[in-house]
Design a protein around this ligand. Structure first.
Ligand SMILES: CC(C)(COP(=O)(O)OP(=O)(O)OC[C@H]1O[C@@H](n2cnc3c(N)ncnc32)[C@H](O)[C@@H]1OP(=O)(O)O)[C@@H](O)C(=O)NCCC(=O)NCCS
Length: 185
């Protein structure tokens, strides 16, 4: 890719910029209740397309972003994994977060872990970031398992109630992991 964030390659995956042909699959995954279990609601077609445009624009204009994930010799688009800047008005934000959202049929094969390790390497080695965070709903155990598998450290002191969610919602309590085990290292 000539502009913006470079494409990454792992053993089984290509992390690349988004293509128009990804969009139907992207719309569908954002309407799958299982994929969207830990979000306030599935995304409408329009919301999903708007988000895809924003994600691709970040990949072109910034040094970090959410790559479209393609399986080598397999599915052309299984979702995104990557780095995004998060500003939630918390003590540790603005920060760079590693995150993921894959279609249901792509779960259970280690793809999120493989792609996220490459994203962390890019952030720590190429961008020289001191620390990368990841957070998710406290009940999203699959996402937390990815954080553990990629070697991130739980940071219970950075747990928070998501400021953009109803504080009474069961989705509001969030846990935080980081590439560093403590603030001072
Ligand atoms: C979070 C999410 C990406 C995790 O997907 P996942 O499939 O559980 O995670 P991985 O891709 O790392 O795969 C790990 C699983 O594949 C298995 N696996 C199979 N082959 C593997 C391999 N070669 N390497 C590693 N793991 C492998 C692991 O044993 C593990 O199985 P398990 O779930 O039965 O324990 C997925 O659930 C998702 O997209 N959820 C919806 C979006 C979301 O909640 N995002 C986070 C919001 S903050």
């Amino acid at each position: 890719m000539s502009i913006g964030v470079p494409e990454l390659e792992t053993k089984r995956l290509v992390l690349r910029h988004w293509l128009d042909e990804d969009l139907e699959s992207w719309v569908a995954l954002n309407q799958d209740p299982e994929v969207m279990e830990f979000f306030p609601a599935p995304l409408s077609r329009e919301e999903a397309l708007t988000l895809a445009t924003k994600i691709q624009s970040n990949l072109e204009r910034s040094d970090r972003g959410l790559w479209a994930v393609e399986v080598k010799g397999g599915e052309r688009f299984i979702g995104f994994v990557g780095l995004s800047v998060q500003d939630l008005g918390l003590e540790f934000t603005p920060c760079t977060e590693v995150g993921w959202r894959l279609k249901r049929s792509a779960w259970g094969q280690g793809y999120a872990t493989e792609a996220a390790k490459a994203a962390l390497r890019y952030g720590l080695d190429e961008l020289d970031l001191e620390v990368i965070y990841s957070f998710t709903a406290a009940t999203n155990l699959r996402s937390q398992a990815v954080m553990e598998r990629i070697g991130m450290h739980p940071r219970p002191e950075l747990a928070f109630i998501h400021p953009r969610l109803d504080p009474e919602s069961p989705l509001a309590p969030h846990i935080t992991f980081a590439t560093r085990p403590t603030a001072s290292l």
